[in-house]
Design a protein around this ligand. Structure first.
Ligand SMILES: [Zn+2]
Ligand SMILES: [Zn+2]
Length: 349
């Protein structure tokens, strides 16, 4: 049987094509019928050539769906189960997975929809996807949680949660999130779970800041209009915040984070905007700061789905647009150009 899928072809051309449906290859696989996927900044980076890739692969790593086939060793899932899927699957049993370092799984090195240089796992902007190591990495979606509510769990919401949790915030702390893209906005929503006294959000797009207010940001700062450093310091006894979160990843943002973090405070970095950068070592050292960062360990999907189910967490408002798979290329343009105040595009079959 054939299905539709979005390929990245040579010359960075997006091409929606008919291609054979995936099949079970190993006993721990399942096939997921995609009921919703989303377009991510990473997809755009592959398309535009900002991230290295070898063309001719199916894009997409953010998705939820229904299991349509299971390998013979799969124990925890059956045909018909609704599941959320991590952007980067993991085996769950290797030496690294066993201690929670699933981001460095020794059995699967890669993510869906990133081509040959990242594991060669066909992506989810398609009707069906093969998911390896299903028992280890899938999470069941509770009946009362919609696809739209669950869709961001496997990547950007997990990353936002990781960004906050990695900064070890205490109730009453002050937190500043730099960047109101989907990850930064998810970090704002997750920061709420830790009861900060002040939650600053910094971005140059007012419509994104406004979304941050809905998710719980207490101070919205647009650098086009205010001096961010001065403003934050004036509201934190001249010291800066307990935790800064960099959801952008550019040199000037890292620099601002160092300036805006209180002595002894923590910087949590999840933005990847540049492969290498100059680091203001002296400023960092003499403030006794701690910087943590990295690629999200996708082990909190169940926790996040429970929070969503209990109405303690809801980032579904970030999905501002929905397109059919047949119109996905229009969705890419909408998302990449931030047309019509777009934040996130959901793709449905
Ligand atoms: Zn993503
Ligand atoms: Zn592993």
């Amino acid at each position: 049987m054939n299905m539709k899928a979005l390929f990245l072809r040579e010359q960075r051309v997006l091409s929606l094509e008919d291609t054979p449906e995936p099949e079970i290859l190993t006993a721990s696989d399942v096939i997921v019928q995609v009921t919703a996927s989303s377009i991510c900044g990473s997809d755009v980076h592959f398309w535009k050539g900002h991230f290295p890739s070898i063309p001719n692969f199916i894009l997409g790593h953010e998705f939820v769906g229904v299991i349509s086939d299971v390998g013979k060793d799969v124990r925890s899932f059956k045909v018909g189960d609704r599941v959320a899927v991590p952007a980067a699957p993991f085996c769950g049993i290797c030496a690294n997975c066993a201690v929670g370092k699933v981001y460095n799984c020794l059995a699967v090195q890669g993510m869906f929809g990133a081509g040959e240089i990242k594991g060669n796992l066909p992506g989810a902007q398609a009707h069906y996807v093969r998911v390896p190591h299903a028992d280890a990495c899938l999470a069941k979606i509770p009946d009362s949680v919609s696809d739209q509510e669950a869709l961001l769990v496997g990547d950007v919401l997990s990353t936002g949660y990781f960004a906050v949790e990695n900064g070890s915030p205490q109730p009453g702390d002050s937190i500043a999130v730099f960047g109101a893209g989907p990850v930064g906005l998810c970090a704002v929503a997750c920061a709420q779970l830790f009861s900060p006294a002040q939650l600053f959000l910094i971005d140059i797009e007012d419509y994104r800041l406004e979304q941050g207010r809905i998710l719980g940001a207490t101070h919205l700062l647009n650098p086009k209009r205010v001096n961010v450093i001065k403003h934050i310091k004036s509201l934190t006894d001249g010291n800066g915040v307990d935790l800064t979160i960099d959801a952008v990843g550019l040199p000037q943002i890292l620099n601002e984070c160092i300036t805006c973090t209180t002595p002894g405070g923590i910087m949590s970095v999840v933005g990847i905007g540049t492969p290498s950068l100059e680091f203001p070592m002296m400023k960092f050292m003499f403030k006794n700061l701690t910087m943590r960062g990295g690629y999200v360990p996708l082990i909190h999907m169940k926790r996040l789905l429970t929070l969503i189910q209990e109405k303690r967490l809801d980032v579904s408002s970030l999905i501002t647009h929905t397109v059919k798979l047949n119109s996905i290329i229009e969705g890419y343009h909408l998302f990449a150009n931030k047309e019509d105040n777009c934040i996130k595009v959901m793709v449905v079959p």
